[in-house]
Design a protein around this ligand. Structure first.
Ligand SMILES: Nc1ncnc2c1ncn2[C@@H]1O[C@H](COP(=O)(O)OP(=O)(O)OP(=O)(O)O)[C@@H](O)[C@H]1O
Ligand SMILES: [Mg+2]
Length: 396
């Protein structure tokens, strides 16, 4: 079929034509934000899930939902190596500039901008990457201690006070939260804990890899009680079918039930793969309906395309030792695997592999569902590793 009208959208953070199977999570976030706006208790939500399950697009959609109801939203993505204060400051400034156009909230929003000036100036020494426009002079003693925990709290308090005055709330959307340094996570947790106690309207909606939950717990022991950690997983079969059938139908194209079943089977319902299979099945099909044979032919090109992009970009960031470690894991199957089993597959001692394992966790390639267990963060990565490093030469 015409590739020009192909509705499917594989890609990191690329919005899908149909955001299937996430209505409950969107509703949970809507309720939490609306409660916070009204001064009612609600937990912040941190969504955890593997690579490619749709965390980023869900976060973006939730943000649009919130903006549609007049919420002041901040949106940051935490890449490796940037500080949280540096990421938050410009977004918070934008929100306060918007609020300062509100007659009721103007004075408090301007005070928050003064807090931001103190925050940026005093923390610049420690977090050199803070770059933010300063609209007002700092107010001595306001968010300018030079201590992240105290200053972030003072900053969020002043921003939330302005939002409250305007009858709205501040919702902070943070993607890739697992990359934030523990010390900065701790400051954020403390600040949110305090603003919640004071019934101030600020809420965090985060997303990250599954290790986020443990990281939060280590940053502050009470974090696991303060937040909900809903899992974003593969789509249930009905949702995966809808994710394919509906966008196709919108273009006047049908997909046979057998073809849909095959896509569900091949993709295990993982959203990235669903988009990839949808795209390729569309491209190989000559006419409507898309049939089982089309999907079977599409599987070859879909896998090749994943190997070139989704899997490949991650593989290319690995050192030879890290590749060998993952290859040994893959040899044992999808996982999770015991560290001891991985080590013996490599003919090595567990302790000597500790540094490699830690690097892989820091890079977001693997995580530990339970103590001593190791699992891939990228779905179906074991199959990819066996394709890209066939044979047994990798055993040193
Ligand atoms: N609910 C959904 N229904 C259909 N397709 C989806 C859904 N969620 C995400 N997708 C598709 O899956 C792909 C991956 O989405 P996204 O980048 O948001 O995943 P992610 O979890 O943020 O991945 P990563 O951990 O690598 O950042 C995109 O192509 C997107 O269009
Ligand atoms: Mg993402």
């Amino acid at each position: 079929m015409d590739p020009v009208t192909n509705p499917f959208a594989p890609g990191a953070g690329t919005p899908p034509p149909e955001l299937a199977g996430r209505a409950e999570l969107r509703e949970a976030v809507r309720v939490a934000i609306e409660r916070v706006r009204r001064g009612l208790p609600a937990k912040s939500l941190l969504m955890v899930g593997l690579r490619g399950v749709g965390k980023t697009v869900l976060l973006d959609r939730m943000r649009q939902d919130a903006e549609g109801t007049g919420i002041q939203t901040l949106r940051v993505e935490a890449p490796e190596g940037r500080s949280l204060p540096a990421l938050l400051a410009p977004q918070l400034r934008q929100a306060m500039l918007r609020l300062s156009r509100n007659d009721q909230a103007r004075d408090l929003a301007q005070r928050a901008l003064r807090a931001l000036a103190g925050f940026a100036k005093s923390l610049k020494v420690k977090y050199e990457d803070i770059e933010v426009g300063l609209d007002f002079d700092p107010e001595p003693g306001l968010a300018d201690n030079g201590d992240l925990e105290q200053d972030l709290l003072a900053l969020l308090e002043s921003a939330a006070a302005a939002a409250q005055k305007a009858g709205t709330a501040i919702a902070i959307f943070v993607d890739e939260l697992q990359y934030v340094e523990e010390e900065q996570l701790a400051a954020l947790v403390t600040a949110l804990h305090r603003t919640a106690q004071d019934q101030l309207p600020v809420v965090l909606v985060g997303a990250g890899l599954p290790q986020l939950r443990g990281r939060m717990g280590r940053a502050k022991s009470y974090a696991e009680r303060l937040f909900d950690f809903p899992e974003v997983g593969p789509l249930p079969p009905a949702a995966a079918r809808l994710a394919i059938a509906k966008p196709a139908r919108n273009q006047g194209v049908d997909v046979t039930p057998e073809a849909l079943d095959a896509i569900v089977h091949e993709t295990r319902g993982y959203p990235y793969f669903v988009q990839e299979w949808g795209k390729h099945a569309w491209d190989v099909a000559a006419t409507s309906p898309i049939t089982l044979e089309d999907v079977e032919r599409a599987s070859t090109t879909a896998v090749a395309s994943l190997d070139e992009s989704f899997f490949r970009v991650r593989f290319d960031r690995l050192t030879p030792a890290e590749k060998r470690y993952l290859r040994a894991m893959a040899d044992l199957g999808p996982g999770p695997h015991r560290s001891g089993d991985i080590a013996s597959r490599l003919g090595r001692e567990v302790t000597s592999l500790g540094p490699t394992r830690n690097q892989l966790i820091a890079k977001g390639m693997i995580w530990s569902p339970h103590h001593g267990d190791t699992a891939f963060t990228v779905p179906l990565f074991d199959e990819f590793m066996r394709r890209i490093m066939p044979g047994s030469d990798w055993i040193a």
